[in-house]
Design a protein around this ligand. Structure first.
Ligand SMILES: Cc1cc2nc3c(=O)[nH]c(=O)nc-3n(C[C@H](O)[C@H](O)[C@H](O)COP(=O)(O)OP(=O)(O)OC[C@H]3O[C@@H](n4cnc5c(N)ncnc54)[C@H](O)[C@@H]3O)c2cc1C
Length: 497
């Protein structure tokens, strides 16, 4: 795998590994490569002018994590703040990881990868990246392409095409492309959506607007509580080392989450009652919790967003915010006409309606000249794909913190890279085994188990999964934590050359 400045690659820069994306996944990959594969050369290509991905792009008021930073932080760098962090705090944490580990010199910003060609003859990927500031296309090559580009389209969020949108005389804004100078003070604002973004935005702007209404088609589960981790705080009082506190707090949170996940499957009705009982005390007595905060789906089929200090519910209780559960019939000049016949007037409508899935960063992949259609392939444990050699995609957990899977997949990737180098392999590809011939091919994830809209809309574009452990995409941290480190890299599903 090392340094093949062959005649074919001599005219372009060559690396052992190219990491696409400098978000949480890409920075994690760069850290693990430097510590676990110190002899591998690598570069991180990032389309934006700075690091952070999700946390660089999203600039709406109140932007914060919805899962705790003891597990959303990396296992190797202690988190020392409150469990739910602002976007700014997350960026600061990531900046420290870059600085403390000398990663800056490996990152090339404003390089958006547009094409990647695999050549079996050369055993390398050739990438074309457009420099965003010059428009110039840069070509470089690598042996291994490490896709850390996230899972949604960054340039623009998803907004449904509602009738009459053009006739609305106010302003329509998607939180993903929040204008820095957006005026909302004193305005009548509607936030369409009920996910974590809406739940963050509504309390963040409520006291400044004339009125803010959260308009949802159907309710979402939330978990409310103080934004602190008592165990970590107590250990801090005892002057325990931060690295220990991080590890202990993580273990406690993960143990609790495992119990919650199990209870959501085994006793969904009880969990539903518990979650709803947890938010009810924040709301006025006459509030219709059944209508506005009692979802139709089972808990854990979507991520349960944490609402620190119940701020969303407090904003509703104070009268600064209200919740309407109804369908949009169409936009009008003045606002929204709802299916119930009510018209909601607004000066500003915020469409917190989610995002569009982006498969492999919208990069055009070709394998020996032929387009690689990911939807035709089978995934190896939700990270590699049949017929696509020397490529691994970091797709984190949806329900547990994304980063838990980043650390696990980084360990796996580094082990694979070291294995290849030790055995002189230049190419690895996963392939179905003879016993997999009759295996049913299923959608990327089990929608009975997990069903966010952005996945449902794009499932046909994603690779298939099988029903055997190697070809499943379990999204189960507790299972993968034990299984991934024990994978036999010489198993029959791995083909090397
Ligand atoms: C508002 C919001 C809040 C969230 N909160 C949480 C949370 O609390 N907990 C949790 O677990 N998850 C959360 N998530 C999910 C979150 O996206 C992930 O946890 C995590 O930040 C993803 O990191 P990533 O590095 O994989 O991808 P991203 O953050 O999406 O970063 C990918 C990077 O790759 C770059 N890139 C993409 N394509 C290319 C290309 N072709 N060429 C060059 N560069 C490219 C992008 O510019 C970007 O910088 C949240 C998501 C959103 C949108």
């Amino acid at each position: 795998m090392s340094k093949p400045n062959t005649p074919q690659t001599a005219h372009r820069e060559h690396f052992d590994v190219v990491i696409v994306g400098a978000g949480i996944s890409g920075i994690g990959a760069a850290y693990h490569l430097t510590s676990q594969c110190p002899k591998h050369s690598f570069v991180v290509l990032e389309g934006y002018e700075s690091f952070g991905g999700t946390w660089h792009i999203h600039k709406y008021p109140g932007i914060r994590s919805d899962s705790d930073l003891y597990t959303f932080g990396y296992r190797f760098k202690p988190w020392t703040g409150n469990p739910i962090a602002s976007g700014e705090q997350i960026l600061q944490y990531l900046g420290e990881v870059i600085e403390e580990n000398d990663l800056a010199s490996h990152i090339r910003y404003r390089h958006r990868v547009e094409r990647a060609h695999w050549s079996s003859e050369e055993g390398v990927w050739t990438l074309e990246a457009r420099q965003q500031h010059t428009g110039k296309v840069v070509r470089l090559s690598c042996n291994f392409l490490w896709m850390c580009q996230g899972y949604y389209r960054h340039a623009e969020g998803y907004t449904p095409d509602w009738e009459g949108m053009d006739s609305f005389e106010g302003q329509i804004v998607h939180p993903q492309t929040w204008p820095e100078d957006l005026e909302f003070a004193g305005k009548r604002v509607i936030v369409i959506g009920s996910g974590a973004t809406a739940a963050t935005l509504v309390p963040a702007i409520a006291s400044k607007t004339e009125k803010v209404t959260m308009l949802q088609r159907s309710p979402t589960y939330f978990y409310a509580g103080p934004n602190r981790n008592e165990l970590a705080d107590e250990l801090r009082e005892l002057e325990i080392d931060e690295a220990w506190i991080h590890e202990i707090a993580r273990r406690r949170i993960l143990k609790n989450q495992a119990a919650v996940a199990r209870a959501c499957v085994d006793q969904p009705d009880n969990m539903k009652k518990l979650l709803i009982a947890g938010i009810t005390p924040y709301l006025p007595q006459e509030f219709d919790v059944g209508k506005h905060f009692t979802p139709r789906y089972r808990p854990w089929q979507q991520r349960i967003a944490f609402v620190p200090n119940g701020d969303l519910f407090r904003a509703v209780a104070s009268g600064d915010a209200s919740v309407v559960t109804d369908e949009i019939a169409r936009f009008t000049k003045k606002g929204l006409l709802l299916a119930s016949g009510t018209e909601l007037e607004a000066d500003l409508i915020i469409t917190a309606t989610g995002f569009d899935l982006s498969i492999l960063g919208d990069i055009a992949l070709t394998i020996d000249g032929a387009p690689a259609n990911l939807a035709d392939q089978v995934t190896y444990r939700g990270m590699m794909f049949t017929q696509i050699p020397n490529l691994l995609w970091i797709f984190g957990y949806f329900r547990a913190s994304w980063t838990l899977r980043v650390d696990l997949l980084c360990d796996f990737t580094c082990r694979l890279l070291n294995h290849m180098r030790a055995h002189g392999h230049r190419k690895v590809e996963v392939a179905l085994r003879s016993q997999d011939g009759t295996m049913p091919l299923l959608p990327w994830v089990d929608t009975e188990d997990f069903s966010p809209n952005y996945l449902l809309r794009s499932m046909h574009l994603l690779p298939k999964r099988g029903d055997k452990p190697e070809w499943q995409h379990t999204q189960d941290y507790w299972h993968e934590r034990d299984e991934l480190p024990t994978i036999d890299l010489e198993g029959p599903e791995f083909h090397y050359r």
